[in-house]
Design a protein around this ligand. Structure first.
Ligand code: BGC
Length: 244
């Protein structure tokens, strides 16, 4: 299976590393460059190229983006510069790097990694991965197959865009306790569960490291478990999707 390379474009950092495709772990040092502000298209493209060059990677790769990505083209930009909408990120990057580049939604990448190497390994039926960070990203799998670009972070619940109430950035910005935030998560996941009847819910994002502080408070029909790859899942999932 060999080694692939994954890039994760996030709101604060652009990270890249070689990935051991058999084990789902990083196969070398991770390079991180802060996301340029404002995160305009040319500035981010330059930064991605710099990450690849610093890592010394010369081959096909996968890259995440925090919005809808259809056939390489960005379709939404909830938490990034709106000039991204309509950009053919796959074509721009492969043109600059001289190799094929596969681009996919960040939560979809995290989901692919969890299904192959983490909490979703071997799980059949309907599995929902939700990443709690600046926003809420979701990835939906049916018998291991991804339904790409689900945007269940933007469900309207009680008159709010759901991620504006329940993302982990909201916990930080509003100074919510785990208990208070869990009430919001309960509302969110109950609603999602009523719509999708998942067999398993996997919760990712940096805050999943503290899962014991909030997951035990949630009462749902499906088991709800923390992601296992933590903050490497975007890089791993991007590399996997590029190389199979
Ligand atoms: C975006 C999703 C993304 C999620 C996490 C949401 O605001 O609409 O596409 O997966 O944030 O970054």
């Amino acid at each position: 299976m060999g080694t692939g390379f994954g890039i994760d474009i996030g709101g604060t950092g652009i990270k890249g590393a070689p990935v051991d495709l058999a084990q789902g772990v990083l196969a070398g040092e991770r390079v991180r460059i802060p996301t340029p502000q404002p995160a305009t298209v040319p500035a981010v493209l330059d930064t991605v190229v710099a990450v690849v060059e610093q890592a010394g990677w010369d081959g096909p790769l996968g890259c995440t983006f925090p919005g809808i990505v259809r056939h390489g083209v960005v379709g939404s930009a909830a938490n990034v510069d709106h000039s991204w909408i309509g950009t053919d990120l796959a074509a721009e990057l492969s043109g600059r790097l001289g190799h094929p580049v596969t681009v996919l939604n960040d939560a979809d990448a995290a989901g692919i990694a969890e299904m192959r190497f983490g909490a979703g390994r071997g799980v059949a039926g309907v599995v929902l991965i939700a990443t709690l960070g600046t926003g809420i990203g979701t990835a939906l799998f049916v018998d291991g197959k991804l339904v790409p670009n689900t945007e269940f972070g933007h469900l309207e619940i009680d008159g709010y865009d759901a991620e504006k109430r329940a993302a982990s950035s909201v916990k930080t910005n509003e100074g919510l306790s785990y208990k208070a935030w869990s009430t919001r998560l309960q509302r969110y996941f109950s609603h999602v569960e009523a719509l999708l009847s998942p067999d398993l819910i996997i919760v990712g994002g940096g805050i999943s490291k503290k899962a014991e502080k909030f997951l035990p408070r949630l009462e749902l029909q499906a088991p709800i478990v923390p992601a296992q790859l933590l903050n490497q899942s975007g890089i791993v999932g991007a590399a996997v999707s590029a190389m199979g």
